[in-house]
Design a protein around this ligand. Structure first.
Ligand code: T46
Length: 133
């Protein structure tokens, strides 16, 4: 599956809104880890890596940011600014995050535990590993 926005159903009533995220239902994998990025300083860019095996879904549960996904051939920019949208991020894509609003809370669900060995933090290595796939 390519990087894409997954719409998350909003259950709303006169009290407000609720979104339920369920592994292998509206998220296409079993969730092993959840983390969130917040308090990002003005002008900061994060990411600059790919993952060898990891799949993730990212949701801006508050505020907004831009996530650029580069598959080695083309770059696609996704604006994450809606808690009812998840961005599915497959393995072997380079990601850069920027333009975080001051209030941005980016929630990320992952299908693997944290492992630094899964990261490719050098762009040339990323392209080289991609060409061997
Ligand atoms: C990704 C984007 C969207 C941990 O110890 N455990 C964790 O689960 C994570 C995610 C990170 N860390 C450590 C590793 C670094 O020492 O936290 C530090 C910051 O991580 P990093 O510089 O990789 O953060 P970002 O924002 O560049 O990337 C993160 C995720 O690491 C990455 O998987 O896809 O968010």
């Amino acid at each position: 599956m390519k990087p894409q926005i997954i719409p998350l159903r909003v259950i709303g009533d006169d009290r407000g809104s609720l979104v339920a995220i369920e592994a292998e239902q509206n998220i296409p994998f079993e969730i092993k880890r959840v983390y969130y990025i917040f308090g990002t300083k003005d002008g900061v860019e994060r990411g600059f890596h790919a993952h060898r095996n990891l799949q993730q879904v990212a949701v801006a549960v508050r505020g907004s940011c831009i996530m650029t996904i580069d598959d080695g051939k083309e770059k696609t920019e996704f604006k994450l600014d809606n808690p009812a949208n998840g961005l599915y991020i497959n393995s072997m894509v380079w990601r850069v995050m920027k333009d975080f609003s001051e209030d941005c809370v980016l929630l990320v669900m992952a299908d693997q535990h944290y492992a630094e060995s899964d990261y490719i933090r050098d762009y040339k290595t990323f392209l080289s590993e991609l060409s061997k796939k």
